[in-house]
Design a protein around this ligand. Structure first.
Ligand SMILES: NC(=O)c1ccc[n+]([C@@H]2O[C@H](COP(=O)([O-])OP(=O)(O)OC[C@H]3O[C@@H](n4cnc5c(N)ncnc54)[C@H](OP(=O)(O)O)[C@@H]3O)[C@@H](O)[C@H]2O)c1
Length: 335
């Protein structure tokens, strides 16, 4: 089979399409012939060596495909099943946080930029029937992160206002859809008026261009929303201070990313005076993945696909993701 391999950290050109041996399942594992994979910002961090993982590696956390081989002892999964992959590995039993053996598929474990993957049977779930292969492959990591952030951590309620920072991002587009489906008003920020217009067409109620607003973006959010928002979904990190400033009294800011850098500096007083909660989160548990898939079954939105490329063009997809040109998810066709 063919897979994208990287044997050293670096630019997009370290992602090379290679012939590798077909995979065999071990006990408790299945082989999935992948139809599609999708990118996450994490893949860029892995490729650049910011997220340290053993090499060589097939990157990629997101994928969907058809089960083609079953290992000893596997129950409840059959050859021919159409599945979506949960990239949270070994979350553990505690819903509050992942356990010590938690890993994300696609480093250190071999990932989805390939025609096949071998994975624990407990990590495959029936493909949501109403999603295409591309949409199904786009869902797992970013959809799960948005689900846990909104519902397990922020405990968002219908009628609340949710601010989603940087709506071009993969997680951000899922957060927008899920918050709207939950009956919330959604405010989004972006560096691009074009992306704000796309978000409005998908249901966002208010848009603020953080590039043109500069340091005043939080004030612009507050002004547009008369008194501040209830919940902020912040994947950027360097925006934490503005996210806190955007809140109405008692607001909740959920954080899970550092696209803007690994260190944050902010004032204490707006948090204490505003009674704002800062809530950390990471991806999500198998239980939350089940909740997400159940919601997808009953809701009508579909994952936002920025573009689709052949597996061989993974490097070009990385260039687009790293430059922040995308709106939603970048998909790779694996078969
Ligand atoms: N801890 C976890 O479990 C977890 C899970 C998923 C993701 N993450 C992290 O969350 C982040 C987002 O992931 P992703 O895959 O959704 O990334 P992505 O698709 O690459 O999205 C990045 C988006 O961030 C926005 N952005 C960048 N700088 C910004 C700034 N200064 N102010 C406001 N927005 C800014 C941009 O939005 P515009 O283009 O609209 O300007 C950009 O499109 C990454 O840091 C990722 O590692 C963490």
């Amino acid at each position: 089979m063919k897979a994208i391999r990287m044997s050293e950290p670096g630019g997009p050109d370290v992602l090379v399409l290679e012939d590798v041996p077909d995979l065999q399942p071990g006990p408790g594992e299945v082989v999935v012939d992948l139809k599609a994979a999708a990118l996450n910002r994490r893949d860029v961090f892995v490729r650049k060596g910011v997220a340290k993982v053993p090499l060589p590696l097939t990157p990629g956390s997101d994928g969907a495909g058809v089960v083609s081989a079953i290992g000893d002892g596997v129950k409840g999964v059959a050859e021919g099943d159409e599945v979506i992959i949960l990239p949270s590995l070994a979350w553990g039993d505690d819903q509050r946080a992942p356990g010590p053996h938690f890993r994300i598929l696609g480093g250190p474990d071999q990932g989805t930029y390939a025609q096949q993957i071998v994975i624990a049977a407990e990590n495959v779930y029936p493909r949501p029937g109403r999603l295409s292969w591309h949409e199904a492959a786009a869902l797992p990591l970013a959809g799960l992160t948005a689900w846990r952030a909104l519902f397990s951590r922020a405990r968002v309620q219908p009628g609340e206002t949710v601010l989603v920072i940087g709506i071009g991002g993969g997680v951000a587009t899922f957060a927008m859809h899920l918050a709207k489906a939950a009956g919330c008003k959604v405010v989004v920020t972006s560096s691009s008026d074009e992306k704000l217009a796309k978000a409005a067409a998908l249901g966002a109620d208010v848009g603020v261009n953080y590039a043109t607003a500069g340091d005043e973006w939080a004030a612009a959010v507050k002004e547009a929303n008369g008194g501040g928002v209830d919940v902020v979904i912040d994947s950027v990190g360097s925006t934490w201070a503005g996210s806190v400033d955007s809140c109405a009294p008692g607001g909740r800011v959920v954080v899970f990313g550092g696209t803007g850098g690994a260190k944050v500096e902010m004032m204490v007083r707006p948090m204490t005076l505003g009674q704002v909660s800062l809530l950390g989160t990471t991806m999500g548990s198998p239980m939350e993945f089940g909740q997400l898939l159940a919601a997808v079954d009953t809701q009508s939105w579909v994952p936002v696909i920025d573009s689709v490329r052949p597996l061989a063009d993974a490097a070009a997809a990385h260039e687009r993701e790293e430059a922040g040109l995308h709106f939603g998810k970048l998909v790779l066709e694996c078969s």
